[in-house]
Design a protein around this ligand. Structure first.
Ligand code: EPS
Length: 374
């Protein structure tokens, strides 16, 4: 089983991660992790913090000569802005943030004690873990990409995108959108929100290619792979909805139109002409691309703040204002890629009994041959 724990406050000394269960024999190029950390910092609408930080991973354990050895991998990313002890106390909870429930739950008197850990800065750790998982997935021909579909009222019209196109266009677009025209509208939306002291959310899509059929299981509720992917994505700060394939839209389709008919060809084996299921049926992968969409709410720190209550006096006040982002949907897409990669890697390790990469590959090849013979 692959698992990981993270620690660290937004303006503390560092973000820490320990990964357990990564198979031995995986060559980990640190620059690949740093590349995803850099992608996470990008995106039009990010705040000033991203100009201060320069997220780079330090791998403290678990590798020898850049290869995993089966022991826990420890990762550290330093915070350049590590001013936590100098920061002011906060008493005015922001609607939409963890602030109010956090102080009530932990019996705290300074909201900063909550917001420092609730912050999406924690996703530095998840992106670093996800980058290592992507390296593992690449060994099995699996690729994970993402792109932004909507920001505020601006919606991408790009349809049936190839993986190559998603990667090439997301590099060019300041908001990781594959539709150049929509990309301009999204930036305008962000500008408008910024000058109004407001914030914006949006929708991003994650696509996973090359997954064999049969990851996950229908046999127990917590082994269903759509369940674990949805949990991982919903746990990203500010995510309010996740769907697979035609998702919410499928609720209004007739059965005859909703499902992906099955065909067989000697060369291709079983295949589908559509993928409304988004690559998952019965809690298991079908072998088609996994397609996930996630909705992010607008950032809850507003420069023109909403009504709140001072937790000391109980008087009506305006919510606290912290340095923050106007829109972080492109960053959330990168984080979505990361957490999805972690879940797929975990299922792959489980199915192909992965203590080492060669062992996993033997089991993987045997399974593919079994499917081919079926
Ligand atoms: C950050 C995410 C956001 C940023 C934060 C860094 O965190 P939050 O979820 O708390 O809004 O605003 O940066 C700051 C708090 C800051 O000092 O500007 C990230 O993804 O690294």
């Amino acid at each position: 089983m692959l698992r990981y724990l993270t620690g660290g406050e937004s303006h503390g000394r560092c973000m820490l991660t320990i990964i357990d269960g990564m198979p031995a024999g995986l060559y980990v190029d640190k620059s690949i992790i740093d590349l995803d950390l850099a992608r996470r910092m990008l995106g039009y609408g990010r705040g000033k913090r991203m100009a201060i930080e320069s997220d780079k991973v330090d791998i403290l354990s678990g590798l020898r000569k850049e290869r995993t050895i089966g022991s826990p991998i420890s990762l550290l990313v330093k915070n350049i802005d590590d001013s936590i002890d100098r920061l002011s106390k906060v008493y005015e909870p922001r609607p939409g943030h963890a602030d109010l429930s956090g102080i009530l739950k932990y019996n705290l008197s300074d909201i900063r004690d909550v917001l420092e850990r609730a912050s999406a800065r924690e996703t530095v750790s998840r992106v670093a873990v996800g980058a290592i998982c992507k390296i593992l997935l690449a060994e099995f021909g699996i690729t994970v990409v993402s792109h932004v579909v909507a920001i505020g009222a601006a919606v991408s019209k790009a349809k049936n995108l190839t993986f190559k196109r998603i990667v090439s266009s997301s590099i060019k677009s300041p908001v990781m959108c594959a539709d150049a025209k929509a990309s301009v509208s999204m930036c305008k939306e962000i500008d408008k929100a910024m000058s109004a002291g407001d914030t914006l959310g949006g929708i991003f899509e994650i696509l996973i290619h090359g997954v064999p059929p049969g990851l996950g299981s229908y046999a127990q509720w917590d082994r269903r792979i759509d369940g674990s992917l949805a949990k991982a994505i919903m746990s990203i700060q500010a995510i309010k909805g996740v769907d697979f394939g035609t998702g919410f839209e499928s609720a209004s389709l007739k059965g005859s139109l909703a499902h992906d008919e099955i065909f067989y060809d000697k060369r291709r084996g079983f295949y589908r002409k559509s993928n409304n299921a988004g690559g998952i049926e019965g809690g298991m992968t079908t072998g088609e691309d996994i397609i996930i969409k996630a909705a992010m709410k607008p950032i809850s720190t507003l420069r023109r703040p909403l009504s709140s209550v001072d937790i000391r006096t109980k008087r009506a006040v305006k919510a606290a204002v912290e340095r923050s982002d106007v829109c972080a949907v492109p960053a959330a897409a990168v984080i979505g890629e990361a957490v999805s990669s972690i879940e797929i890697a975990n299922s792959l390790i489980e199915k192909f009994a992965g203590d080492s990469i060669p062992e996993m590959k033997r089991n993987y090849d045997g399974y593919l041959a079994q499917i081919k013979r079926f």
